[in-house]
Design a protein. Sequence first.
Length: 353
Amino acid sequence: MFDKLFPGFSTLILLLLLGTVTLLFGYILKPFFFAIFWAVLLAAIFAPLNGLLRQKLKSHNLCASLTLGAVLVSLILPVGLILLLLAGESLEIYNSVNSNSSSWMNSLTGMFNSLSQHHLLARFDLDQQFLTVKSFELLKAIANFLVNNLSTFTGNTILFLVQFAVMLYCLFYFLRDGDRFINTIAHYMPVDERHMNTFISEFLVTSKATLKFAFVIGGIQGFLGGLIFYITGIENPLVWGVLMIGLSIVPVIGSSIIWAPAGIIMLFLGHIWQGIAILVFGAVVISSVDNLLRPILLGKDIQMHPLLIFLSILGGIAVFGFSGFVLGPVIASFFLSSWKLLLELSLEEKTQK
């Protein structure tokens, strides 16, 4: 009846119903979005290991369980241990900065007095009070940032444990039935299989490349930076090492934002061998990690300009929090691939005409 009066009315109602149900389903899964996202990402990263186990073992449940155990031992437990150690050191710095502010101010004042008396810096007539106040504010901001962000992992223990359990539960089924899930989604998506495969490939390639860049390249640079800081006697080397991991994403400069000023300050304060060791080790070893490992680990997989990677990572962290350092580049990659597909489709239409 309604189709006679309004052509396509039943189709419109079906689309409205489908849209409403889809939004409600998304709203239901919203609390577990990041848990599901990390489960998908870890399943994609450890898929080769799961496939290798399937060649040797018949039970898919056993293969998924063994792969899940490998994820826990090789990735989750080490990262959790580092976060616990970092939380302890960050809390120590935070409490020290807030409870012994006068002691920190005196220490900074003495350091800038020593620096200003150096013959190379004496001619600049540095405003010691201004530098002391701003340095203390920067130190306090770093301590607050670390404590506030780490508190998201430990502040609500029950919620964190629920999210973690959901991630592990999803990860097991993604490892066991991942291919079936992908085929089902591709079957029901109203796009060509070629386009669907393109988006899946972009997600996997960009996510893996970002993780390799952050955890492998950044992790090695942070470890080496923290190690040289520990050897030369700089306090809280773990905190500085983690900061180097985060700053390794900055194009060209990278972790040198931390180790270069530290080495120069040590020289000006009279700690000659420590300053030289930090600068030489940073320039020769830490800086070469990026140049040597980037072509090996990333190759030509990710086709984004380093500036776009940097901006998408920072924007992703600002919008999505910790998970944004992967989600940001993934969204940027989807943006580029979508426009690329649109141009390809338009060219195909022109050639067909």
